[in-house]
Design a protein around this ligand. Structure first.
Ligand code: GAP
Length: 419
């Protein structure tokens, strides 16, 4: 896999080639009374989730054979909204405009000369730069099919209804990987299956995502984007609903074909061993970074009952973040801040361990309070420097955030806890 870091603004022709300028849109409806703007498909989805009769009818495919309103025609959406008398969420009125296409591209202007400009767009996805750079990547890295290209960072969408906490935003950090492969579906499906298993292992073992909260949902044929032959969503059970965490789409050779056509460049691949020449096909996993972090936070957050030093029940707020993704790895805590020798040892440990890991130095308040503070900011290990440390100049105590167990260890062993 190779990484790419491309720009946000691109030649607008790229977005014509990729269909975004003509078709990247959502169905917009306006309430005639209060002028509230909404997405027809989301309004229907909310109604289905809260109305058993509507849910039953959708499951019985009375309205259309697709279960997802996003895939319905404008006519089907209008019929459903009027049949169920779905109200405007702001003013409870039912009088609204018919759905119309609302383009999600963020437009801006590039001044060519003083009095002339052209429309350009902030990228709505990171994927297209990977396709446009396909030939550069081949020439500079000499990768052989199959290979992956990955990119992470900002994408922008002019969402009609941003919100739902962090769920739908206009500016987000996207993570996309393009898997370039032969057109043989059997081969890439088996490779993807392996990848899925590695990904799942990583999610569960390295960031402790709860496996029971993940599910895979295959797109029904009507829901598929027109360039995709097969798409699957990875969904996560957020506290109040199942939401999309990632999508994986088989994009065929559509994108490279389009860019070949628009750029008049040859984007074919020649296999260096067999000399066969073809346009590679592509499978694409795509995520929103923040949503992925949010799932880790939801699974990590806890309010735990415990017995304190005075044998009283207390509640502590703690985030059981895996040590790999906890922002601060060690808290360095001299027990008594007026003890010069403790401070000297603590500062030395802080200086040494900070070379490899993010650490926090805290000498304020009682030690119990300091532990609580670190529990709240997910620090997996607290290192306490006490009287014995001053006597032997060799040992400290280490406290585990999750078990609250404390052990006496050698200073030289601290870093081993992160291995
Ligand atoms: N290149 C394919 C693509 O962009 P998408 O389903 O439109 O596909 C991929 O987006 C992922 O990006 C989604 O699974 C979702 O996690 C995230 N995403 C899309 N629109 C978003 C928005 N407005 N706010 C936050 N995340 C978004």
């Amino acid at each position: 896999m190779v990484g790419l870091d491309a720009s946000i603004l691109m030649n607008p022709k790229v977005w014509e080639a990729s269909w975004h300028v003509s078709s990247f849109s959502d169905p917009l409806i306006d309430c005639r009374k209060c002028k509230y703007r909404d997405r027809a498909d989301k309004l229907i989805e909310d109604h289905i989730n809260n109305n058993w009769l509507a849910l039953q009818q959708v499951q019985e495919k009375i309205w259309t054979d697709s279960l997802t309103p996003e895939a319905w025609t404008f006519e089907q959406q209008t019929n459903f909204l009027s049949e169920f008398k779905v109200k405007c969420p702001k003013c409870w009125n039912c009088d609204r405009t018919e759905p119309k296409k609302f383009n999600l591209m963020f437009k801006t202007q590039q001044w060519v000369i003083d009095w002339e400009w052209k429309d350009i767009y902030l990228r709505p996805e990171t994927a297209q730069w990977i396709f446009v750079n396909f030939k550069n990547i081949l020439d500079t890295t000499r990768m052989r099919i199959p290979f992956w290209v990955a990119q992470v960072w900002k994408s922008f969408r002019n969402e009609i209804t941003p919100g739902n906490f962090l769920f739908r935003v206009r500016e987000f950090e996207q993570m996309e990987i393009e898997f370039f492969c032969e057109a043989n579906e059997e081969i890439w499906l088996s490779r993807l299956q392996k990848r899925k298993e590695t990904c799942e292992e990583w999610r569960i073992e390295k960031i402790w995502i709860n496996k029971g909260k993940l599910r895979f949902r295959e797109h029904d044929p009507k829901e598929l984007a027109f360039y995709s032959k097969w798409t699957r969503d990875v969904e996560y059970q957020f506290p109040r609903w199942w939401g999309e965490l990632q999508w994986i789409a088989y994009r065929t050779d559509y994108d490279l074909q389009q860019h070949m056509k628009y750029s008049c460049r040859d984007l074919q691949y020649t296999d260096p061993l067999t000399w066969s020449r073809y346009i590679p096909h592509c499978v694409e996993p795509s995520w929103w970074l923040t949503r992925a972090v949010l799932t880790a936070m939801i699974d990590a957050y806890d309010e735990e009952e415990y017995i304190n030093g005075n044998w009283e029940k207390e509640i502590r707020t703690v985030a059981h973040f895996h040590k790999n993704i906890a922002p601060i790895k060690f808290a360095i805590l001299p027990l008594v801040k007026k003890d010069e020798r403790q401070v000297e040892i603590a500062e030395k440990i802080f200086h040494d361990v900070s070379k490899d890991y993010f650490c926090e130095y805290d000498d304020n308040w009682a030690i119990g309070k300091r532990y609580r503070r670190q529990d709240e900011i997910w620090t997996p290990f607290c290192i306490t420097i006490d009287q014995q440390s001053c006597e032997d100049w060799e040992t400290v105590t280490i406290r585990d955030r999750d078990t609250m167990e404390q052990k006496r260890i050698k200073i030289s062993e601290i870093s081993k806890y992160m291995e």
